[in-house]
Design a binder for this molecule. Structure first.
Ligand code: PAF
Length: 285
């Protein structure tokens, strides 16, 4: 438990006043933006925030503008009471729960579009998604004014999009990625895992197994094309489909690459298992 109780804010001015008071006494403030439905992966972000900062602000906002018309915005899991209990127990100092009217008041008409890193991968299948993410994260960071903001590496393209946007817009915040937390069998923790049937849940870890096999192969000098083809075959045999992408990208720019000669890479995938879309990524090089 934190030495201080969790304060809950739903408006910008009081949140900023609290953060300013903390900063005035020299505290380093870390923001953990979330969409709620908190699991151990989010709590790992909070633990990292506590390790590197003096005060932790966690936001919960299910951002409508990052969901496509046929995506799961309406059925996205929401459980504010349980989320607040978890945040309090994890030692968060302030929870920020703006509603849609605070984030997008009448007349709201600004959007941030990040070229390059947001193209392809998830960006190719979720038009407008990263613009929605970049816009809401920019707002959350301007509202809370943290020194550091933490994001999970599970959404690796999101992390790179946010880094790019903050750099390009000279927003004075440090963006840090936190390694993906996994179940014992390798499945990346995700709020969407609760959509999986028990039978799908049993097959889901195959996605991580395929990515780690490709990473090991690349590290051993095996050709990328054969590794990716083998990975697709394994995923299809395990019942995944459609496989939206299974790709090797430069770890920083996310430009397509086929070996480790230009530096560290990331192997990224998105695939459906039944009605659930799973994403994951691992590093190589
Ligand atoms: O990763 C998420 O939970 C969301 O995309 C984020 C960063 C909170 C923006 O809504």
């Amino acid at each position: 438990m934190s030495a201080f109780p969790l304060s809950v804010f739903d408006a910008v001015a009081p949140l900023r006043a609290q953060v300013a008071a903390w900063r005035a006494v020299g505290d380093r403030i870390v923001l953990v933006p979330t969409m709620g439905a908190l699991h151990a992966g989010h709590l790992a972000l909070v633990a990292q925030a506590r390790a590197i900062g003096d005060r932790v602000v966690a936001s919960i906002f299910v951002n409508p503008t990052q969901f496509g018309p046929n995506e799961d915005f309406l059925r996205y899991p929401r459980d504010t009471a349980s989320d607040l209990a978890l945040l309090a127990e994890a030692g968060v100092d302030a929870a920020y729960l703006p509603d849609a009217a605070v984030m997008y008041p009448a007349g709201f008409s600004t959007r941030i579009a990040v070229d390059g890193v947001s193209e392809g991968l998830c960006g190719g299948f979720r038009p407008g998604h990263f613009s929605g993410v970049a816009t809401v994260v920019t707002k959350l960071i301007n509202q809370a004014q943290p020194d550091v903001a933490l994001f999970g590496e599970k959404d690796f393209q999101q992390l790179q999009v946010i880094r790019r946007a903050m750099r390009d817009l000279d927003i004075p915040v440090l963006i840090e990625g936190v390694p993906t937390l996994r179940e014992a069998d390798g499945l990346a923790l995700s709020s969407r895992n609760r959509y999986l049937t028990p039978e799908e849940r049993a097959r889901a870890p195959r996605l991580h197994a395929v990515l780690t096999r490709i990473a090991a192969g690349l590290n051993a000098g095996e050709p990328a094309e054969a590794l990716v083809a083998e990975g697709r075959t394994v995923l299809e045999a395990a019942g995944f489909g459609p496989i939206q992408y299974l790709e090797i990208r430069d770890a920083g720019s996310l430009a397509p690459v086929s070996d480790l000669r230009t530096g560290p890479v990331r192997i990224l995938a998105a695939a459906y298992l039944g009605a659930t879309r799973l994403i994951d990524n691992v590093a190589a090089g």
